[in-house]
Ligand binder design. Sequence first.
Ligand SMILES: Nc1ncnc2c1ncn2[C@@H]1O[C@H](COP(=O)(O)OP(=O)(O)OP(=O)(O)O)[C@@H](O)[C@H]1O
Ligand SMILES: N[C@@H](CCO)C(=O)O
Length: 325
Amino acid sequence: MAVFTAIGDAELRRWLADYSLGDVLSFEGIASGIENSNFFLTTTAGAYVLTIFEKLAAHELPYYLELMRHLASHRVPVPDPIPRRDGALFGLLAGKPASIVTRLAGRAQLAPDARHCTEVGTMLARAHLAGRDFALAQPNLRSLDWWLSVAPALHTHLSPAERRLLDAELATQQAFFASADYARLPGGPCHCDLFRDNALFVEDDHAPPRLGGFFDYYFAGNDKWLFDLAVTANDWCIDLANGALDAVRLDALLRAYQAVRPATTDEARHWPTMLRAAALRFWVSRLYDFHRPRAAALLTPHDPGHFERILRERIAHPPTRPLTA
Ligand SMILES: Nc1ncnc2c1ncn2[C@@H]1O[C@H](COP(=O)(O)OP(=O)(O)OP(=O)(O)O)[C@@H](O)[C@H]1O
Ligand SMILES: N[C@@H](CCO)C(=O)O
């Protein structure tokens, strides 16, 4: 159950007085999710999601909420934060920052096929281009500097073989990130966590699946667009059992993405290394989450072994169909 903070009826109504959203028709906790308390809220004005931020502090929210607002205003389907009467995109509820965003249509598709990957590729490229004139900037806080900072604490939990893999890959990525080629890679605001469970699709038997939108922008940051694409490919276009890339889904993702934003020559050349960087990112964060003492030990952390397998797989078998510029 991922409602960490319960909200009473009277408290909700008091809080909603700061919004122009009409009367409450329904309000229910959302069971999934591990970071925040989320609720579906329906009012006479529409359907929304209310999020109480359990970890992020108020000063950390503007980048994420303003980015979602910016993308939504460029017709990228993402939750659009609803301003309060005073214009603020969040307020305090039960002593924690909280916001209301529009509810996207659809359901998560955890077994995507090429059609879903095409939808995701098109919209990811559109989101990248739409982010170009976003005024705020914040680096991806889960990038190389963070991997390097937590690696020493992870060492004690790793086998000698895992330690060798971690150290060797960190060295590879440090050299890559320091290169002139890397500096030339284009970038901007990125989702940085676009997994299957962070997109919704409207599906019925009579029409191709249609993307309802991307959500969970709370790991977003400015990064290389190629990194975002690699994170996405490493989740949407793999055989979950062994981490191997699925040629059909990968092809669909890359074609659709590049129909909107063609890759540069540098991006094409460094695609295999970026797929490794994206795998390392989640191996490190999952190790970190797995081994750090958790106050709320109610929730099962994600399996780090999954991304260790993906990383080994990307090293042993770089993609046979590289990005073409
Ligand atoms: N704007 C939205 N529109 C429709 N459904 C949403 C929206 N935001 C969240 N949801 C639903 O709420 C669920 C929980 O949200 P989410 O995954 O963002 O949880 P979280 O705890 O904030 O993050 P995490 O994924 O890191 O655990 C999602 O699986 C999705 O079904
Ligand atoms: N997508 C991340 C969880 C953070 O949202 C993972 O699978 O490790």
